[in-house]
Design a protein around this ligand. Structure first.
Ligand code: PLP
Length: 467
């Protein structure tokens, strides 16, 4: 492809993306495809000579777009949102175009320095503790690909601290134990598996009627483990759990961890972004006691996946766990101590210029627009909750302080499951099923940037009509 051909194709691609996003609400939320359909619609073998942009785009129209689930759809009430925005798409495009690898400061200084600045901007915008700032004595932030990677990095840092770094040589991890509730995201268990701690060493701490961890139960479990010769090393608190939007009482949990020297991680993947609006800063309660924290601009803030902001107040443990310095990565800048080499803050070596999409989005969409979206989605959720409360066929089965509403039918699990299936088959809305304390639940997650009151009303009519 020549530069001129790239210009032409690029302009057309932007038009197609704008058309797609403009008309996404006219498509079914889920594609009408069976397993294997997409592959079968494409040639089994690679082309033997180059094809044109038009030929590829014909297949995009024929196979790819009809074969995707439309996460930007206004009827998107499934999982959590994964919003995009025009500025973010432009930042992503620029990152691809510049094609830099930011593993070290020296491999692309702007990639590192803009990222550090973005983490400091986000610390300020979210009202997070000053100990998270890059200029603090022992903390700092980094963009991870996902909340799951953040959790893994937190676990590895905690493991390093608990064993004095011995696990990086021949240390024993068999006594380490971690704690969380059954509301925690599966990435906690996955991280413990990857870190060699294992599923058996994850203690499930009981929760209260709001699905929030019971601090006394945590304290008792930790003390019992200590008495039995185990080494409690990691507690995960949820600030907005996936199934139930539960908030664990971090002020109390963090104190328990501090007293016993246990790493305290807070997972605010979805809900942490709410703190962009000052009236929702309560989502940060207890964060000043955290050793690490993450939230996802790639969910509610409109920054294209992947972009998780991760902070730690114990940079030394993070670097202890993850730094390795082969000769070919040495640089004078790093040895002077004046720069950050972000490869030591993450699992892979290579890293994209992800800060660009955050920078573009904050500068061009602006904080007011994020606040407006958060307020709108929370208001829509509260409004829907009131309507549900007036229909005695339904129960609201969890607190709904933000933008997730958990519903179930009085008639029992079979009825709830059948309702989810029928509603999802409509093509106009998509919901996710979960289970809360043994009960089947329909989650209504309101957070797509295209969703407005009319779409929530239509979804509610759909659910009522399908009962
Ligand atoms: N933690 C919570 C509370 C989540 O809701 C999710 C995903 O929805 C995750 C972690 C994992 O997020 P990611 O896809 O960024 O790994």
């Amino acid at each position: 492809m020549t530069p001129d051909e790239f210009r032409t194709a690029g302009h057309e691609m932007i038009d197609r993306i704008a058309d797609y996003l403009d008309g996404v609400g006219d498509r079914p939320v889920q594609p009408d495809v069976a397993p294997g359909d997409i592959r079968a619609a494409l040639p089994e073998h690679p082309p033997t000579s180059p094809e044109t942009f038009d030929q590829v785009m014909a297949d995009v129209e024929r196979v790819i777009v009809p074969g995707i689930t439309n996460w930007q759809h206004p009827g998107w009430f499934a999982y959590f949102p994964a919003n995009v925005s025009y500025p973010s798409i432009l930042g992503e495009l620029l990152s691809a175009g510049l094609g830099v690898q930011g593993m070290s400061w020296v491999t692309s200084p702007a990639c590192t320095e803009v990222e550090t600045l973005m983490l400091d901007w986000m610390q300020e915008l979210l009202g997070l503790p000053a100990a998270f700032r890059s200029t603090s004595e022992s903390g700092g932030g980094v963009i991870q690909g996902s909340a799951s990677e953040s959790t893994l990095v937190a676990i590895l840092s905690a493991r390093f601290r608990a064993t004095g770094g011995a696990v990086n040589t021949d240390g024993d991890t068999t006594k380490l134990v971690a704690y969380s509730t059954d509301q925690s995201h599966s990435s906690i268990e996955k991280g413990l598996r990857i870190a060699g701690i294992g599923t058996d060493r994850l203690r499930t701490v009981p929760h209260d009627e709001h699905f929030a961890m019971r601090p006394n139960a945590l304290r008792e479990m930790i003390d019992a483990d200590l008495a039995a010769g185990f080494v409690p090393f990691f507690v995960n608190a949820n600030h907005g759990s996936t199934s139930s939007m539960a908030f664990d009482p971090s002020a109390q949990l963090g104190s328990i961890c501090r007293e016993r020297g246990i790493w305290f991680h807070i997972d605010g993947a979805m809900a942490g972004i709410a703190a962009l609006a000052p009236e929702f800063r309560w989502v940060n309660d207890g964060i000043d006691l955290a050793d690490s924290y993450c939230t996802n601009p790639h969910k509610w803030m409109g920054v294209n996946f992947d972009c998780t902001t991760y902070w730690t107040t114990d940079r030394a443990s993070l670097l202890g766990a993850l730094s390795i310095l082969p000769e070919y990565l040495r640089s004078e800048a790093a040895e002077s101590g004046a720069v950050i080499d972000y490869r030591d803050w993450q699992i892979p070596l290579g890293r994209r210029f992800r800060a660009l999409k955050l920078w573009f989005t904050i500068r061009m969409d602006g904080v007011d627009s994020f606040q407006e979206r958060i307020r709108r989605d929370v208001a829509l959720t509260q409004d829907l909750a009131n309507k549900v409360a007036d229909d005695d066929r339904f129960d609201v089965v969890a607190p709904h302080p933000l933008n997730l509403l958990c519903l179930a039918l009085h008639d029992g699990d079979e009825a709830t499951d059948a309702l989810i299936e029928r509603a999802n088959a409509s093509g106009t809305a998509l919901f996710t099923r979960t289970v809360l304390d043994g009960r089947s639940v329909l989650r209504v997650s309101i957070g797509s940037h295209t969703t407005r009151a009319a779409h929530v009303d239509a979804a509610w009519r759909l659910l009522q009509g399908d009962v």
